[in-house]
Design a protein around this ligand. Structure first.
Ligand SMILES: Nc1ncnc2c1ncn2[C@@H]1O[C@H](COP(=O)(O)OP(=O)(O)OP(=O)(O)O)[C@@H](O)[C@H]1O
Ligand SMILES: [Mg+2]
Length: 234
């Protein structure tokens, strides 16, 4: 089933459109990478999807339901979770507190236990303040928070940006694991090559438009892609 579908999406601040007519979709159980140059509009695109941008137009549906007419809160309750690039955990709260405030109803406790078995490092540090976690653990906590609401789609904005190459590899492994929990992934990544390697499809953005799109292995093998978008960051 098609989860997210964007048609001719435009997103902007003030008078200016940053995202200038983008078609994009994510199927159930798919990992999709968004890569591209700095300032291409990647973060703005996902803010538009989450209802966090001042001006968004075009068409946008999730599991067939219109998103544009819905508030940010309603979009999340339809089953989309978002992990922003920064400020994705509360530093002064403990690991447990960071999770419990995301959970609702009777399932929250058992969902937390699932998170601790998926991320054992967090299970060992339940009472630790988030600010005292390592970079890798903090990113795990951000994922776990986003998963508390049992989303169908998780949207990640550069989950490896602040991490060493070794920790980044761990994060990509964890992203792959999300598929076994029935969660689809839309992921912005600067480490485009590594990200495409675990993805089904990819979109390369340039100046607010889709410059290249296709199955991940096709993008990875494309000489133009290699020259323009893969060489620089890795
Ligand atoms: N709140 C804002 N108000 C006005 N302009 C903004 C705002 N946020 C971003 N922009 C502008 O929108 C453009 C795209 O920014 P965006 O953050 O979406 O790019 P990006 O592709 O995510 O880049 P990066 O790879 O650096 O994260 C940039 O020119 C940026 O200056
Ligand atoms: Mg960005």
């Amino acid at each position: 089933m098609r989860l997210l579908e964007l048609k001719e999406l435009r997103v902007g601040y003030g008078e200016v459109d940053i995202v200038r007519g983008i078609d994009l979709h994510v199927e159930e159980n798919e990992i999709v990478t968004i890569a591209g140059t700095n300032g291409a509009g990647k973060s703005t695109l996902v803010k538009g999807v989450m209802g966090l941008a001042p001006r968004t137009s075009g068409q946008m549906t999730f599991a067939g339901q219109d998103l544009l007419s819905r508030s940010a809160e309603d979009r999340r309750s339809l089953g989309i979770s978002y992990v922003p690039q920064v400020a994705n955990v509360f530093p002064s709260l403990s690991v447990s507190e960071n999770l419990s405030i995301m959970g609702r109803g009777q399932n929250a406790k058992s969902r937390m236990d699932e998170m601790f078995s998926m991320f054992p490092a967090l299970g060992r540090r339940k009472r630790t303040q988030a600010r005292a976690l390592s970079g890798g653990e903090r990113q795990q906590l951000a994922f776990a928070r986003a998963l508390m609401s049992q989303p169908k789609l998780i949207v990640l904005d550069e989950p490896t940006a602040a991490l060493s190459p070794a920790l980044s590899t761990q994060v990509f492994e964890q992203v792959k694991q999300l598929l076994s929990m029935d969660v689809a992934v839309l992921m912005i990544e600067q480490r485009a090559r590594q990200s495409l390697k675990i993805s089904h499809r990819g979109y390369i953005l340039d100046s607010g438009k889709v410059a290249m799109v296709g199955p991940a292995e096709q993008l990875l093998a494309d000489p133009e892609m290699e020259e323009l978008y893969l060489g620089v960051h890795e």
